[in-house]
Write a protein that binds this ligand. Structure first.
Ligand code: ADP
Length: 198
């Protein structure tokens, strides 16, 4: 079973590596940022509620994001395997997700943490902002999102490390080089062990 969380700051390459993993395993890639951008573009009730937070680089309230992710996984039939990118991002989300996943026997099999120096994150995001025109890729909002990551999301590293499923991966270099490092982590004996332990 492959239920992998990509845990990394903005600009580290979660989206790129998430879609490569999704192709490699032939399983869905759920990216909460993409889900929100889709809801915002369609002006759904979720999108209307999330828009101001996403535009400002603030975290969308835990309940809204947790319900959205769980309803995307708990479909009929439920998704057994997936690559998740962007959730959980707070300890509160992680605790709710863990309780829910445990009660349904579907906890994460591995957490891949991509490590990239902060200076490189900023330059990648500024570059992406020029190309994509994403509303939250302006310099002020970029700095705010990096601060939000450090305060709210970085504590999850310890949460997953304590459960023995955290894999630290160097996120610098080419897309291929990073993908190879991730594949290496996911084929190590430790990955099989963590899958059996879950
Ligand atoms: P990045 O990692 O580059 O910030 P994402 O596309 O993952 O980009 O997320 C964009 C925005 O979507 C976040 O800044 C936040 O507003 C919202 N968002 C995504 N995931 C979550 C989450 N788990 N909890 C709260 N807000 C979220």
């Amino acid at each position: 079973m492959v239920r992998v969380l990509l845990l990394a700051p903005p600009g580290a390459g979660k989206g790129t590596q998430g879609s490569l993993l999704s192709d490699r395993f032939g399983i869905p890639h759920l990216a909460t940022g993409d889900l929100f951008r889709h809801h915002i573009a369609e002006a759904t009730p979720v999108g209307v509620e999330a828009k101001a937070y996403v535009d400002a680089g603030k975290l969308v309230p835990d309940d809204l994001v947790t319900d959205l992710v769980i309803s995307s996984i708990d479909t009929d039939p439920p998704l057994e395997e997936y690559i998740l990118d962007g959730f959980p991002r707070t300890l509160a989300q992680a605790r709710v997700a863990y309780e829910w996943a445990r009660s349904t026997g579907r906890t994460f099999t591995a957490v891949i943490m991509l490590e990239v120096p902060v200076g490189e994150l900023v330059s990648r995001l500024v570059e992406r902002g020029h190309e994509s025109g994403r509303s939250d890729d302006s310099i002020d909002v970029i700095h705010h999102r990096l601060g939000v990551y450090a305060t709210h999301t970085a504590p999850l590293i310890e949460f997953y490390d304590a459960r023995g499923i955290l894999h630290r991966v160097d996120g610098t270099g080419s897309i291929d080089a990073v993908a190879q490092r991730i594949n290496h982590e996911l084929t190590q004996p430790g990955f099989e062990d963590s899958m059996r332990r879950r």
